[in-house]
Design a protein around this ligand. Structure first.
Ligand SMILES: *[C@@H]1O[C@H](CO)[C@@H](O)[C@H](O)[C@H]1NC(C)=O
Ligand SMILES: *[C@@H]1O[C@H](CO)[C@@H](O)[C@H](O)[C@H]1NC(C)=O
Ligand SMILES: *[C@@H]1O[C@H](CO)[C@@H](O)[C@H](O)[C@H]1NC(C)=O
Ligand SMILES: *[C@@H]1O[C@H](CO)[C@@H](O)[C@H](O)[C@H]1NC(C)=O
Length: 382
């Protein structure tokens, strides 16, 4: 007997942990550069400072104004804070600091803990079909040993499973539906690129369906509500997660604005209320450099984006690859002397979430020559 199976388009992914740029959070992604700050600044070098890692022999010390570290990538800031150039898994653990004044008195002591997580590798989906037409999809990451990863599975854009289990099982009926299985877990940032799929999380999880939840968009009539265990939305692409969070399947410009949520318990008491703001930007279009030469050989360059009217776009100008102007002004002016240097110019349009650079152009303004021709009348024709 021959069995035929439908092909599914399947994507899957993992929840990544947020990355802190400056001060180290408790949870860090491998490769992050950050600082563990001391509660006070000890810029006065007469104080000695010592940092030790309780799970390894890593020590860094500032003593008699000199700093010594036995671990590459571990440095001390001016104020005594500990800087990691790029955290790795082995940096996980507790860091103990002591501050000693010049007369040997201990004036500060404490500890800070960090946990470093592996960078999430790109997963692949393995599909195994059984003889009876069922399927098991596995979100597979080669050599991955990090057990804290959560896997989210979506079916036609709706979350169907969100747990540690990397497998999802489909019955033969489900397989024959030819649905798209995909994934997204991103929390919406304040600034978003058009088309992003993301979630606005509530400060707490309200998985208990006895609580009613309402999300309303301040600038439109978009409302989504979970009431008496049923969810209603007047806007396609807007859904409520199990825990009451708001999911955008694909944000568009009109989704910009403030979202107000209210959580009401079964007896009608308002138990939570708040608001979250998002701003959606379009993808920056590719600009072209338009050159306008004046009769005296000067030039005005315009960073042109045709019909795009996005007011949030700012412009950066580059001369031979070096930044020369960075502002709202879309024009840059060159004197005839600058024009004659034959340098290359390009511009870049950007908004907070995307950027796009023009091709480089070399400006040449040929002085306009006005010819005045006089024709001598041929007297023979008269
Ligand atoms: C799924 O795809 C198969 C093969 O392309 C097709 O025969 C079947 O009718 C499709 N089923 C649905 C529900 O669209
Ligand atoms: C720049 O814009 C063009 C078309 O407007 C687009 O095809 C291209 O992908 C954009 N580049 C970047 C880096 O966004
Ligand atoms: C070029 O300069 C002329 C004269 O000042 C002006 O009319 C024209 O609009 C300019 N073109 C561009 C592309 O700036
Ligand atoms: C710029 O290009 C022109 C024409 O090709 C040439 O005459 C001139 O010498 C060049 N100037 C410089 C500074 O290279």
């Amino acid at each position: 007997m021959i069995f035929q199976y439908s092909l599914l388009l399947i994507l899957c992914g993992f929840t990544a942990l947020s990355v802190s740029t400056e001060t180290c959070g408790k949870d860090l992604l491998e490769g992050t550069s950050c600082i563990i700050k001391l509660p006070e600044k000890y810029n006065d070098k007469s104080n000695d400072i010592k940092w030790t890692h309780s799970s390894s022999d890593a020590v860094i010390e500032r003593k008699n104004k000199k700093t010594k570290s036995n671990t590459p990538g571990l440095t001390m800031e001016e104020d005594g804070s500990l800087r990691f150039q790029s955290v790795s898994l082995k940096d996980t653990g507790t860091y103990i600091y002591t501050v000693t004044s010049s007369d040997g008195t201990e004036i500060g002591k404490g500890e800070a803990e960090i946990k470093v997580y592996e960078k999430v590798p790109k997963p692949t989906v393995k599909i195994s079909c059984t003889a009876d037409g069922n399927a098991a999809l596995t979100c597979d990451v080669e050599n991955n040993k990090d057990l804290s990863l959560t896997v989210s599975w979506c079916k036609d854009g709706k979350l169907i499973q969100n747990e540690i289990n990397p497998q999802v099982f489909l019955s033969s009926t489900q397989v024959q539906e030819n649905k798209t299985y995909s994934f997204s877990t991103e929390t919406c940032g304040k600034d978003l690129l058009e088309g992003t799929s993301c979630i606005i999380k509530l400060p707490e999880k309200y998985n208990d369906k006895s609580n009613d939840i309402k999300w309303a968009h301040f600038s439109s009539d978009a409302v989504i509500q979970r009431k008496n265990k049923k969810t209603k939305s007047n806007t396609p692409g807007l859904t409520v997660e199990e825990d009451g969070s708001l999911r955008f399947q694909s944000v568009s410009l009109k989704d910009t604005g403030t979202y107000i949520y209210t959580v009401t318990s079964s007896d009608g008491t308002e138990i939570d209320k708040g608001e979250v703001e998002i701003k959606v930007y379009e993808k920056a279009p590719k600009p072209t450099v338009k050159i306008n030469c004046t009769a005296d050989g000067n030039a005005a360059l315009t960073c042109d984006v045709g019909n795009s009217k996005d007011p949030s776009l700012t412009v950066s100008w580059y001369e031979d690859g070096k930044l020369i102007q960075n502002e709202i002004n879309h024009q840059v002016f060159l004197s005839s002397t600058q024009v004659q240097e034959n340098k290359s110019y390009s511009c870049e349009k950007r908004n907070p979430v995307s950027r796009n650079k023009s091709e480089s152009v070399t400006v040449s303004c040929i002085a306009k020559i006005f010819l005045c021709l006089r024709h001598k009348r041929d007297s023979s024709t008269l």
